[in-house]
Ligand binder design. Structure first.
Ligand code: ATP
Length: 344
């Protein structure tokens, strides 16, 4: 049944495939208005993960948004931030009159340094607005750093064509956009040349297969706005299945914030292991309970990395920031659970 629907779906499919990465990135970062500002350098080479490798190294990255860009969007927008008119405050956090000033820049990354070894999973944590998404936007080349560098494999990221870099990255956003099409197609979309067996395999790895079999028409069930509505966590699993099918060497994942989906969410995290042992994963993590098995946890604050290590290493730091965040979330969750108990 699923295969019957493929030829029809194929029309427009190629176009959609090109669009998909952008849809996901827009969904991930609320970049609906932003256009890539990066032009490839002359003689830029095609990024080939097999040849160049897929480790990622952020080195002393500094980045500021133009203040005129700071219309609040999505969950972002201008917050209580410090604004500096010079474009680089050297981390001193001087305040300048930003509103209306064309030259004003708002420093977000103030010398961020850490690396993601090839095939490892690194989680970035930090308070809202500390620059986690900004870091991934730079990696996806929506912006260039003001100073410092990003190394991808054996070269600086700017040595490659932007297109080839993006092609190597699969994005699992928090709010996945599904097409009004069958769920089978929505998965297969990760690789239109995939066989039926590949699709089922990817959906098993994303823990989606059993759920799909329970749907009224199985893999032929139409989902999306005009079809069956899936929960946020389920949609994210569709996105993960796509990423598995695509076999991207690099996976960027924005973990859901919704506490309602916490069970599904922890499944997503454990499923990342299924993505492939050679896949380099970078995750923006919101719920610390789910990232304990990550190879490295990077804690950001004020645009810099303040701690890094495994969960156990960070938990053993007396007075550490990670410990503080974990304690805060635990007490917060306990409150939530108590509230739930009280209403039951
Ligand atoms: P969250 O956990 O809430 O998603 P985050 O750590 O991912 O936050 P970023 O999205 O990187 O934070 O944003 C860092 C800061 O930069 C925020 O204060 C945000 O308002 C601001 N910001 C984000 N996008 C832009 C933009 N296009 N122009 C100007 N400022 C922006």
């Amino acid at each position: 049944l699923f295969q019957l629907s493929v030829p029809l779906n194929f029309i427009g499919g190629v176009y959609r495939e090109v669009q998909q990465a952008f849809i996901d990135m827009e969904a991930m970062f609320g970049l609906r208005d932003a256009r890539p500002k990066i032009v490839d350098v002359e003689g830029a080479i095609e990024y080939d993960p097999a040849t160049h490798g897929s480790s990622i190294e952020f080195d002393e990255l500094k980045f500021a948004y133009d203040v005129k860009d700071t219309t609040p969007r999505g969950k972002g927008g201008v917050r209580d931030g410090v604004v500096d008119a010079s474009g680089d405050d050297g981390g001193n956090g001087r305040t300048a009159a930003a509103a209306g000033s064309k030259a004003a820049r708002r420093p977000i990354l103030r010398g961020t340094t850490f690396s993601v070894p090839q095939g490892k999973t690194v989680a970035i944590v930090g308070t809202s607005g500390c620059g986690k998404s900004t870091l991934l936007r730079l990696l996806y080349r929506f912006y260039s750093p003001d100073s410092g560098s990003i190394r991808l494999g054996e070269n600086d990221i700017s040595a490659y064509t932007t297109r080839s870099v993006r092609r190597a990255m699969a994005v699992v956003p928090q709010d996945v956009v599904l097409f009004n099409d069958t769920i089978g197609y929505n998965i297969r979309y990760g690789d239109l040349s995939a066989t039926w067996d590949d699709v089922v395999d990817a959906s098993r790895k994303a823990r989606l297969h059993d759920l799909i079999l329970r749907l009224p028409h199985g893999y032929d069930t139409v989902v999306g706005e005009r079809g069956l509505k899936l929960s946020g966590g389920e949609k994210q699993r569709v996105s993960l299945a796509r990423a598995i099918l695509k076999r991207s060497p690099i996976l960027l994942c924005d973990e859901p914030t919704s506490s309602l989906d916490s069970h599904t969410e922890s499944e997503i995290m454990s499923n990342l292991k299924e993505v492939g042992k050679d896949t380099t994963c970078l995750i923006i993590a919101h719920r610390l309970s789910t990232i304990q098995d990550c190879d490295v946890i990077v804690v950001m604050d004020g645009g810099r990395v303040v701690e890094r290590g495994t969960h156990d290493e960070l938990m053993s730091l007396e007075g550490g920031r990670y410990r503080e965040l974990v304690a805060f979330q635990r007490s917060h969750n306990i409150e939530e659970e108590n509230t739930e108990d009280a209403t039951l």
